[in-house]
Design a protein. Structure first.
Lengths: 660, 315
């Protein structure tokens, strides 16, 4: 009878359109009739002890281009080895620990240790090595102890790469509804990057060394009750550069070092739940500090610049499930960057007709405010309409435009006409305008008044998306997404005036039997941009058009040949291309393509042991007509033609052991 | 009728013939509203099994997926906060009621085939998971669009793929196909090799910040790895200070260095001053304006300079 009464009540409420959203949270459970202490759980299992698996791999790589190391794990040719695995331990009394390793021995790897007891503590330790290899350059200049030493006879071949090595640790303590946490991470970053400077005999591109360290520190407290949550947190980040100002043999300090800096932030978060309404608040205050010594030279009045930026952030969000079908969200946000850095006049080595030889630094302030309203209405299980309106206001000083206002509106209709068919349609409109665009303000004294910088300019953006997901058979899924967006800078005569971006992504996935998995994907994108310039400080006298193209194709399968043997293959093709035309002059080649192939077989020696043999092939080519040999252009010394054209192979044999 | 039209019609016919119903549950005849009402009534009544999980496993023990729960955090018997330490299976699937008498009475079920609304499914998870990571879930776009927790998470397994850094990108890109393709552009962050993950920058459970970013602003997000760009610098480059995405697309680009466009065109879209910046560079690789690093041949410190004479970012 009570069940029937409840149903009748709910039915009446539904008829009145007032069905409250269901909340099946366990804290709302009616446990008046149950005594969980009687539970014996005789059919339950409680796995304890150690489980996991460990893999040891060895292989041989061919291909000398350092770029191949990104895909194949090792820059250099030759033999390689790696260890991976994960071990998990449970003791049956709430304690647990785990150790994970991935590709230890390769150029990029990581390890993670974790131990803890739920409701008591969690401790972690991390190691991570991350290497990104770009290209091997060619240069008559080499670096030594903050000095760039040019030579007319020797040529060096610097590798352009970055390597980040990180260690970290964290500890969280729990006590009832409270927790305290602390985490530390240290990163040492080394490598070389492309840089350039103006030397006495022209422009010099060189491999600038990277050698810096960054420490991150986080600590905080959190507390929660049945209906609320709060957290107080401190974040600190400290960057230290071990490379000083760079000099040439005949000229000191021609290239300023990246200065050390500190960043501090204190934040307070809170959440309150009132039935099906949730209120969130976030307050944060931060400070960025940079007070490195300045290079001493004539016309510099400061020993060190007192650089200091204060940041303030505040957010207030409300989300309410008004009925079982209707959700409404609202948000107010405020973000302020107040640059308190001191201002002084500095002698410049270039003269301009407004400032002469002296120029004052410009501390940039930015304030952002935003209001956002979102709503979603579920007409039925198969039809949902959602949308958002957002108004953003950005205020800044010292730029051509002090104030920008942006309005963003989108709506999306999700349909499920059949159980195995989902459709989505989304429309988007954005508009940006603002205060008067004044090209003659302090930072742009010689700017053409017809220019509208694209990140400040008036702009209308239109967009549409269509998504289609169909599962006609339980083992076959096809999804297709189409997107279109157009940016119209309607009041721009000089600068970026229009941009159009359209693409599709299609994916097919088949699992015809438990032994087979087959997939295919295709994606293409086109981005067309129009711009105009003026070489005589007047109206537009040249036009530019940039056409970007991108293709991504892939296919693969895995097949369980027998209970012991699984074989598979994955193939991926990618091609990026950008064509620039200035008036009728075509820029020539600027594209890349890659073919990536993996063939593998996995053979189980027993239930605990298996072998995996894999072959990977990487074909990569890129070119850029802007890249030229070291001394082809008079007055410019380059790092050589920085392109790639290689085939790389990797044959790997892995042995894995799974703990019983 | 042209041959193309005939082929198209044939294709449409084959396509429609493939449309078959998905598998059904015993309560599949109920509408979504009816199901929700019945489950609410059952939940309010609280007729839980007197034996807990033993009652459920009497029938479901043969299902390896069910038993895999015990390998997961949610299946731990020695954890006071685990469902198994309380109402056990019924903590998530609701009170048993008369379900064990023939299996016809509905239980709370999850996943794409469930007729329960996303909000109702998620209310089960949110009953316990109200901590910092999910604080902004309610206001998130994922929630607004009806994404369920189990769209991304797997519960009955020892290793939830979305909690594994080697698999999280794959889980995200099941829906975010565009971002998956962008990983393979000429320049991109190293997501394609899982050396970075989507959740390094974004919080899939929502965030008070734009684009569900973990940090307050785009720049704060970038500075968390690129602290050398953070400054503040004596000479700041305004679009850098304003927003790193003024020039870069963090998901990938057909240009080097994740640039939206390459120099000199990118620079010339903001600098048309005195015939220097806005000169016609009709060919690359011919002079220092279009060859090598283009504008960056001289203005190398484009992210900001600390040289007293570095107002034009050249030293």
């Amino acid at each position: 009878m009570p069940m029937k009464l409840n149903l009748i009540t709910l039915g009446l409420m539904a008829a009145a359109g007032q069905v409250a959203a269901a909340d099946f949270g366990v804290m709302h459970a009616n446990t008046s009739k149950v005594n969980t202490t009687d539970y014996q759980c005789q059919r339950c299992v409680n796995p304890t002890g150690l489980r996991g698996e460990v893999s040891v791999s060895t292989g041989w790589k061919s291909g000398d281009d350092i770029h191949s190391g990104n895909a194949l794990g090792k820059e250099d040719s030759g033999w390689l080895g790696a260890v991976s695995g994960e071990l998990h331990y449970r003791d049956g009394h709430g304690y647990q620990a785990s150790a994970e390793a991935e590709n230890l021995g390769l150029d990029s790897s990581r390890a993670h240790l974790q131990a803890g007891k739920t409701g008591v503590f969690k401790a972690t330790a991390d190691y991570r090595l991350l290497r990104h290899s770009q290209v091997t350059g060619k240069s008559p200049v080499w670096y030594s102890d903050n000095l760039l030493q040019p030579s007319t006879t020797d040529t060096r071949y610097p590798k352009l790469f970055t390597e980040r090595e990180q260690i970290g640790a964290g500890l969280t303590l729990y006590y009832q509804d409270y927790s305290a946490f602390v985490a530390f991470n240290h990163e040492a970053k080394t490598g070389n990057k492309a840089a350039s400077l103006i030397a006495a005999n022209g422009v010099l591109n060189f491999a600038a060394p990277i050698d810096n360290k960054t420490d991150h520190f986080t600590a905080g407290l959190s507390a929660n009750g049945d209906n609320w949550f709060s957290r107080l947190q401190y974040n600190g980040s400290f960057f230290r550069n071990d490379i000083g100002n760079l000099s040439l043999p005949y000229l000191d300090d021609v290239y300023a070092a990246t200065p050390d800096n500190d960043a501090h932030q204190v934040s307070l978060d809170g959440q309150y739940l009132l039935d099906r309404t949730v209120v969130n608040g976030h307050l944060a205050a931060g400070r960025l500090i940079q007070d490195a010594d300045l290079i001493q030279m004539d016309g510099n009045p400061l020993v060190n610049w007192n650089g200091e930026v204060d940041t303030r952030d505040a957010r207030l969000s409300v989300s309410s499930l008004l009925t079982a079908k209707w959700r409404v969200n609202g948000q107010l946000s405020y973000s302020d960057r107040d640059n308190q850095g001191s201002v002084a006049e500095f002698a410049q080595l270039e003269w301009d007709n407004v400032n002469g030889a002296f120029k004052a630094n410009v501390p940039l302030d930015i304030t952002r405010k935003s209001v956002k309203l979102q709503s979603s209405y579920r007409f039925s299980r198969d039809v949902r309409l959602s949308g958002q309106y957002q108004h953003k206001q950005t205020e800044r000083n010292y730029l051509e435009r002090e104030d920008n206002r942006e309005d963003n509106l989108w709506a999306r209709l999700s349909l499920k006409p059949l159980d195995n068919l989902q459709l989505g349609v989304k429309a988007l409109y954005e508009s940006r305008d603002g205060s008067r665009y004044d090209a003659s303000r302090i930072t742009a004294p010689d700017e053409n008044p017809l220019l509208r910088k694209y990140y400040l300019a008036d702009r209308n953006r239109y967009g549409a998306e269509l998504s289609f997901t169909h599962t006609p058979l339980s083992w076959l899924t096809l999804d297709i997404n189409l997107r279109y967006a157009k940016d119209d800078y309607q009041h721009t005569e000089l600068g970026l005036s229009a941009s159009e971006d359209y693409r599709y992504d299609a994916n097919l996935s088949l699992d015809p039997t438990a032994d087979w998995h087959v997939y295919a994907l295709a994606s293409q994108q086109w981005i067309n941009s129009d711009m105009a310039g003026s070489s005589n400080f007047a109206t537009a006298d040249w036009q530019g058009r940039i056409e970007d193209r991108f293709i991504n194709l892939g296919a693969g399968f895995s097949y369980r040949w027998s209970s012991q043997l699984t074989v598979g293959a994955d193939y991926l093709f990618a091609n990026s291309e950008s064509n620039t035309a200035i008036d009728s002059s075509d820029y020539g080649d600027y594209y890349d393509f890659s073919h990536s192939l993996e063939l593998y077989g996995r053979y189980a020696l027993s239930e605990q042991m298996w072998l995996k043999l894999s072959y990977r092939y990487e074909r990569y080519y890129d070119t850029d007509d802007a890249q030229v040999a070291v001394d082809v252009i008079t007055g410019l010394t380059t790092l050589g033609k920085l392109d790639h054209n290689y085939n790389a192979h990797l044959l790997m044999l892995s042995f894995s052991y799974k703990l019983p | 009728m042209s041959r193309i039209v005939k082929v198209a019609m044939l294709g449409a016919g084959v396509f429609l013939s493939l449309i078959t119903p998905v598998k059904a549950t015993p309560w599949d005849n109920l509408s979504s509203e009816q199901l929700e009402q019945q489950l609410q009534a059952k939940f309010a009544e609280g007729n839980y099994s007197p034996k807990g999980a033993d009652s459920c496993l009497m029938c479901h023990k043969k299902d390896p997926k069910v038993m895999a729960l015990f390998d997961s955090t949610h299946g731990r018997l020695d954890n006071s906060k685990s469902p198994m330490a309380g109402l056990q299976c019924e903590a998530c699937h609701g009170p048993l009621g008369n379900h064990n008498r023939g299996g016809k009475e509905p239980m709370i079920d999850f996943g794409p085939d469930s007729k329960l609304s996303a909000a109702s499914q998620n209310s089960v998870c949110l009953g316990c998971h109200q901590q910092a990571k999910t604080q902004e879930w309610h206001s998130s776009v994922h929630n607004l669009e009806g994404i369920t927790c189990v769209s991304c998470h797997q519960i009955h397994t020892a290793n939830d793929p979305v909690l594994d850094h080697k698999q999280v990108n794959e889980v995200c890109s099941k829906c975010h196909r565009q971002e998956k393709a962008d990983m393979h552009k000429r320049s991109s962050h190293p997501l394609q090799w899982n050396e970075m993950t989507c959740i390094d920058c974004h919080n899939p459970h929502g965030s008070a910040n734009d684009k569900a970013l973990k940090r307050a602003t785009v720049n704060d997000t970038c500075y968390s790895c690129h602290a050398d760009k953070r400054g503040p610098f004596l000479w700041e480059h305004a679009p850098v200070t304003e927003d790193c995405t003024s020039c870069h697309n963090p998901h990938g680009s057909v240009n080097d260095n994740l640039l939206k466009q390459k120099a000199p065109q990118l620079c010339q879209q903001c600098h048309v001053d005195d015939g220097h910046a806005s000169r016609v560079v009709s060919q690359p690789g011919v002079d220092a304006f279009g060859g090598g690093r283009s504008c960056l041949n001289c203005h190398s410190q484009i992210h900001g300079s600390n040289h007293p004479a570095g107002s034009n970012f050249s030293r």
